[in-house]
Design a protein around this ligand. Structure first.
Ligand code: FAD
Length: 432
């Protein structure tokens, strides 16, 4: 049988490009098939890009990559209709090179990354859709594309085809997506002058940035997370919600975002801005238990295609890069042995289990189930925190001891001390 490439990678997002970069640098004959007109053209992210995973491959990449602002402050807001409880971290340590993370536009960033991968020697074939894996004697030996004579044969296929991964599904590695494991996120990019952004978000110049992650009783028990990120001369604002909740609450994600934009603490941040772009995309949020087996004969699956998203920390692109890198390294080891069987590629699973990717997801493995079971964790507790803080700060003639007493009474009435202790213990056990 003919062999067109050593490795075919499907998808030129962070996972596929990282795998392609490692392989091309090792002089492997590698092709990356991308359905978009160029890498990034179809890709959506909040988006905060973390430096570390890519810096390990391409030291100091951030000095030349098209990035927006480096993030010096990350906030978490719990919101109700009329109030905000705010927490977070701002540090000058985040304001020093080589920085921690950056706001990015994926259309620009992926295009730049792809250029680097091409320069390293990989072939990127755009505007081509992979339709099927080619399987012979139970082993993946290539892919069928939508081009005439578009069958491509290789030693190994790396799937980096994103959340819908048709490839992983057709090989039986992944089940059909269920609405409780995937969120739909809608996002707008709102243009504002740089100095207005600097003033509103409290930064001193157009390279410093801020992120705000937003949840709480405002979302009426839906597993929703809003976000606002500063770019150079725009702000990215969006809301992601588990699809099951969208169906159950009969809400339209666009209406949810429109309403979110009118919240009294959010509206002033975007006032006078002009919508430049509107995007929607799915996010795999099933966590550790939704991650499939990562390999089979002649095949490995990476990034969103393997459901590798840590939604608690809004990390996805770095998990994608790490998995692409580890899949590529596994291929290089397999090539030494001339063995691309499932047994040989199982080293990828081991590498992933030893990496931060699966360790982090494992730590939060019970969270999706816990939130499904105990919806009040998203509503009643945050509401209690917001109301308690309001009462303590509201000077109304009531003494502080009486305020504390009222909070304790509400705790007892709404939850009961025993239930509170049980919830705290469950959270500690399931997250610890
Ligand atoms: P993708 O980036 O989805 O790339 C898949 C590629 O495969 C695409 O280029 C696609 O066109 C191509 N493709 C798909 N099917 C085929 C096919 N059949 N043939 C050929 N090509 C194909 N992560 C963060 O780290 N920080 C954030 O702030 C963040 N915010 C997010 C906000 C939103 C709204 C969303 C939706 C996601 C966010 N994520 C964030 C997650 C992050 O975007 C993903 O985890 C990351 O993009 C996964 O990379 P990937 O390479 O696996 O997949």
């Amino acid at each position: 049988r003919k062999k067109d490439f050593d490795v075919v990678i499907v998808g030129a997002g962070p996972a596929g490009l990282a795998a392609g970069y490692v392989l091309a640098k090792a002089k492997v004959n590698v092709a990356i098939i991308e359905r978009g007109t160029f890498p990034g053209s179809k890709n959506v992210m909040g988006g905060i890009f973390y430096r570390k995973a890519l810096d390990d491959l391409m030291p100091d990449f951030y000095k030349e990559a098209p990035l927006e602002r480096h993030i010096i402050e990350q906030k978490l807001w719990l919101i109700s209709e009329d109030s905000v409880f705010s927490t977070g971290i701002r540090s000058e340590k985040f304001n020093k090179e080589p920085y921690n993370c950056f706001s990015v536009f994926r259309a620009k960033f992926d295009k730049w990354f792809a250029q680097k991968v091409q320069e390293a020697g990989a072939l990127i074939i755009n505007e081509t859709v992979v339709k099927d894996p080619i399987v012979e004697n139970g082993k993946v030996v290539g892919v069928r594309t939508d081009r005439p004579d578009g069958d491509l044969y290789c030693d190994c296929v790396i799937a980096a085809d994103g959340v819908n991964s048709f490839l992983a599904k057709s090989l039986g590695l992944r089940e059909k997506i269920t609405p409780n494991k995937v969120a739909i996120a809608v996002k707008e990019i709102i243009g504002l002058p740089e100095n207005v952004i600097n003033d509103r978000f409290g930064v001193s110049n157009d390279s410093e940035g801020v992120t705000i992650e937003i949840t709480g009783p405002y979302f009426e028990g839906m597993e929703s997370m809003g976000f606002i990120y500063t770019n150079k001369n725009s702000v990215s604002i969006g809301v992601g919600t588990i699809i099951e909740d969208i169906i159950e609450h009969k809400v339209n994600p666009n209406d949810l975002l429109e309403k979110f934009k009118t919240h009294p603490a959010i509206a002033p941040l975007i006032a006078g801005g002009e919508t430049k772009e509107y995007l929607a995309h799915m996010i795999p949020e099933g966590g550790y238990y939704a991650v499939p087996k990562l390999y089979t004969d002649g095949f490995m699956v990476t990034g969103d295609a393997a459901m590798l998203v840590n939604s608690v920390h809004r990390e996805g692109s770095n998990l994608a890069i790490e998995s692409g890198k580890l899949a590529a390294r596994t291929y290089l080891e397999a090539r030494e042995k001339g063995d691309f069987s499932a047994k040989s590629l199982s080293a990828y699973q081991t590498k992933m289990e030893e990496s931060f990717v699966l360790k982090d997801l494992k730590m939060y493995r019970n969270l999706p189930h816990l939130l499904e079971e105990k919806r009040y964790l998203l509503t009643k507790y945050p509401q209690l925190i917001i109301d308690s803080m309001y009462n303590i700060y509201n000077v109304d003639g009531v003494s502080k001891p009486d305020k504390i007493k009222a909070i304790k009474e509400r705790l007892k009435k709404d939850f009961g001390y025993w239930n509170l202790a049980k919830d705290m213990f469950t959270l500690w056990r399931k997250l610890g």
